[in-house]
Design a protein around this ligand. Structure first.
Ligand SMILES: Cc1ncc(COP(=O)(O)O)c(C=O)c1O
Length: 400
């Protein structure tokens, strides 16, 4: 049998791929697994969005191909959301500067197929969302991995990268509020990034799925707020996280017109756009985003506080994140994240993601998702403390 090509073979296994199988096996064996793995909230989608979907599916017109144009109202709702959400600083033409997507992952991964030439470099932060690496490498780019370091606030300083990389770089991927580190980006940082990308003619792919999931009064910016950003940037948004709609597969991308046209053309050859009924329901979500996201943020904030307090009590040196639905937790020196995650799951019944699953630069950390109740997070944190204790040579006390 012909083997997968070198590009595919060069990619590591997807970090989440084998976890559902292990979890299923343990649950079948009667174990009470607390799953803090995937960023897939336990909350239901908003009731009015479900109602809009129910109505939309009864309209035969919604069962037709959407093509890349999709539902014009969805484009208008998405552009309206951006304008409201970023205080008027982000205005886009819903037809030329915006594109509906089947969730943001596909659009992120598909863009480089229309953008990179063989030998071009893609600047990829690590740890990071794996679709940046996957899309860029499958499209033939050479990845240049930039480790995100806690002492640098997990920011990528483009001007500090080697000149030879900057000369060959076609694209850089940035994501703040960041998965998995939970780092946020100040506006003056985004200004530096836009300026560097303009000078070096690098496409700036800004991934902003967590912009509405922020705490303690923090408001996350859009890179498109920066004057001149639209010359070099496109920004990805999704309804997955804010509206608990991961399975619905709906998102959109906005920004530079040529980049939108490039992605549109690529997708014309690959897919036929999101289900029109989902786009209609998406309007119901985006038009009422402020009201609908508020309870999600409130619940995530309570969960964050419960998780951070109980993790600290269990011996982890963790600070409360200002955004996202995750906590990124440092491990004591000498404990490998994959080993910690294995012991946590197999001995203590808690599923967490090892930092190394987000690339080698994620070593020394693990990620939990705030996707279960505060009570379960508190119980999960206690169990994680026991796993830590066991690995540090403390009393081996398994499932209590
Ligand atoms: C940083 C980041 N970008 C993009 C996505 C993709 O989300 P979706 O494809 O559901 O829109 C995720 C999902 O976890 C993510 O964490």
């Amino acid at each position: 049998m012909r083997q997968p090509n070198r590009r595919l073979a060069s990619l590591p296994g997807y970090p989440l791929a084998e976890l559902p199988g292990i979890k299923r096996r343990l649950i079948q064996a009667g174990r009470d697994i607390i799953d803090l793995g995937a960023g897939d909230n336990d909350m239901p989608p908003p009731q009015e969005v479900v109602a809009a979907m129910q109505e939309a599916v009864t309209d035969p017109a919604m069962s037709k191909y959407g093509f890349q144009q999709g539902l014009p109202e969805f484009r208008v709702s998405a552009a309206g959301y951006l304008e409201r959400r970023f205080g008027g600083a982000v205005t886009v033409d819903p037809v030329k500067e915006l594109l509906p997507m089947i969730g943001s992952k596909e659009g992120i991964a598909h863009l480089p197929f229309g953008l990179v030439e063989p030998g071009d470099v893609a600047i990829i932060p690590e740890p990071g969302y794996q679709a940046y690496l996957g899309g860029a490498v499958l499209a033939g780019a050479e990845p240049f991995i930039v480790p995100l370091r806690a002492e640098e606030d997990f920011l990528v300083e483009i001007d500090a990268l080697p000149e030879v990389v900057l000369q060959r770089a076609a694209v850089v991927y940035l994501n703040y509020p960041n998965n998995p580190t939970t780092a946020v980006a100040p506006l003056d940082y985004l200004e530096r990034v836009v300026s560097a990308c303009r000078r070096h003619e690098i496409v700036l792919v800004y991934d902003n799925p967590y912009c509405d999931l922020t705490f303690d009064g923090y408001v996350a910016p859009s890179v498109l707020e920066v004057p001149g950003a639209k010359d070099v940037a496109i920004e990805y948004f999704t309804l997955s996280k804010s509206f608990s709609m991961t399975g619905w597969r709906i998102g959109f991308v906005a920004g530079n017109q040529e980049l939108i046209a490039c992605l549109t053309k690529v997708k014309t050859y690959i897919d036929t756009g999101p289900f029109l009924a989902v786009q209609r329901a998406g309007c119901a979500a985006l038009d009422e985003a402020e009201r609908l996201v508020a309870p999600v943020v409130e619940t995530l904030g309570e969960r964050r506080d419960a998780a951070v307090q109980s993790l600290q009590a269990a011996g982890f040196a963790v600070a409360p994140p200002r955004a996202t639905m995750y906590v990124w937790i440092p491990l004591p020196e000498g404990i490998r994240s994959a080993e910690f995650a294995k012991v946590a799951l197999e001995e203590f019944d808690v599923l967490v993601l090892p930092g190394s699953g987000f690339g080698p630069a994620g070593e020394g950390f693990f990620r939990i998702a705030l996707t279960v109740s505060a009570e379960r997070l508190t119980e999960g944190s206690k169990r994680l403390g026991r796993a830590l204790n066991a690995l540090q040579g403390g009393a081996v006390e398994t499932r209590a």
